[in-house]
Design a binder for this molecule. Structure first.
Ligand SMILES: [Fe+2]
Ligand SMILES: [Fe+2]
Length: 398
């Protein structure tokens, strides 16, 4: 037969039980806080975790407001005694309504206790109401961000007097620290997402400006040379299709597109009589025309694009066997961007109308790049171009 428990034993057992409940609440809070997406959900979860096992009669989270009354706004609450908070007005200022543990916890940044609400002078305005809802003791814990700023108070009530001993208090301090940590995480994440959205917006603006300036440069050239009007646009659209077929990443493809849109920019320095001359060019004229990649490079080099735009423009007439111009580069010396623009340039030129001949069509253009690969053109680019046109039905726009 078990011995009857002494009063001390009973007290000890009760304390142990409360500590277990508090520990269980901390664990439940940890499990739930991972899934919370915003601050309100975090406050709700904290209050529910503390009261769900019935260990505490009421938990609420208050936010200190900077209004005329220095009010404490109840943002979340849970427990069997939530009716206590209905229309309640609490302050965190040094006044009668700021005398409760909750108001003092915000003011001082320290944990505050009321072991006997029934006889606690600070509870005078709410004492009758507290007793009516069976609330006998209260602990209020400041909730801080990592910089130490008190941004909320967690207030917890028990229906027995002096329920918050040293053990509970230290466990609850940990609980309030975890709540502060959760808040900080949400705020840091929100600040990061805001910064990211702003960066994306700025990037889009810069890309828009780059695009606009590139279009203007392309249009300036095409005004002087009506036969190549739209040539750069069409080369750009085929270059992008080839790059996508080859699996080039979208950011790099954007740089390639801009380079293709201005690849013949240097022709702005070539006399228009040469550009529109219907017959064969003499040696001097041909030399002038061959200057256009270098002229384009010199114009674009100072712009500081985030991609190798100027380099692709410089190299778009280079050929793998060194037979191209202006530098006679070979193999890997020629960038992928320049190889793609080189192939797209030939396909567009052969298939379109030129001052010196009629349009020859896409079949003829494909036969031409096949003839030039692999000695002059990158066979991978040529194969991708063929797939784009034959299998995917690529068509140049108007
Ligand atoms: Fe060119
Ligand atoms: Fe071209």
């Amino acid at each position: 037969m078990p011995l009857p428990m002494s009063h001390e034993d009973e007290e000890l057992l009760l304390q142990l039980e409360r500590s277990n409940w508090t520990l269980a609440a901390i664990n439940a809070f940890h499990a739930m806080m991972i899934r919370t997406a915003d601050e309100q959900a975090l406050y709700n979860v904290a209050c529910e975790a503390l009261t769900s096992k019935g260990a505490f009669a009421l938990a609420w989270v208050g936010l200190p407001r900077q209004d005329a009354e220095s009010s404490l706004e109840v943002r979340a609450c849970a427990g069997t005694s939530v009716g206590y908070l209905e229309d309640i007005q609490i302050s965190w200022a040094e006044c009668e309504r700021g005398g409760t543990p909750s108001g003092r916890a915000v003011r001082t940044g320290q944990v505050q206790f009321a072991d006997h609400i029934q006889s606690n002078r600070d509870f005078r305005p709410w004492r009758a109401r507290a007793i009516q809802f069976g609330l006998h003791s209260n602990v209020a814990l400041p909730v801080r961000l990592v910089d130490g700023e008190v941004v909320a108070v967690l207030s917890l009530y028990s229906n027995v007097p002096a329920a918050f001993g040293t053990t509970e208090a230290s466990l609850l301090v940990r609980f309030a620290e975890d709540l502060g940590y959760g808040l900080q995480t949400l705020r840091t994440r929100a600040a990061y997402e805001t910064a990211l959205a702003e960066t994306r917006k700025q990037t889009r603006n810069i890309e828009g400006l780059l695009e606009g300036s590139v279009q203007a440069l392309g249009a300036a050239l095409e005004k002087r040379d009506p036969y190549t009007a739209g040539h750069q646009q069409r080369v750009a659209s085929l270059s992008v299709a080839i790059a996508q077929e080859m699996g080039m990443d979208p950011d790099r493809t954007q740089g390639l597109r801009l380079a293709a849109l201005v690849h013949d920019l240097g022709k702005i320095q070539v006399p228009s009589e040469i550009l529109v001359k219907p017959g064969r060019l003499n040696e001097f004229e041909w030399k002038m025309l061959q200057e256009h990649p270098s002229v384009g490079f010199e114009i674009l080099r100072p712009v500081g694009y985030p991609w190798p735009v100027a380099q692709a423009v410089l190299q778009h007439h280079e050929r793998l066997d060194g037979s191209g111009y202006p530098q006679g580069l070979k193999g890997d010396q020629i960038s992928t961007e320049a190889r793609i623009i080189g192939v797209a340039d030939i396909v567009e030129s052969v298939s379109s109308h030129r001052p010196y001949r009629a349009a020859l069509g896409l079949d003829h253009a494909l036969a031409e790049i096949r003839r030039l690969a692999p000695l002059q053109l990158d066979p991978l680019v040529v194969a991708a171009c063929e797939r784009v046109i034959r299998d995917r039905g690529f068509q140049f726009g108007p």
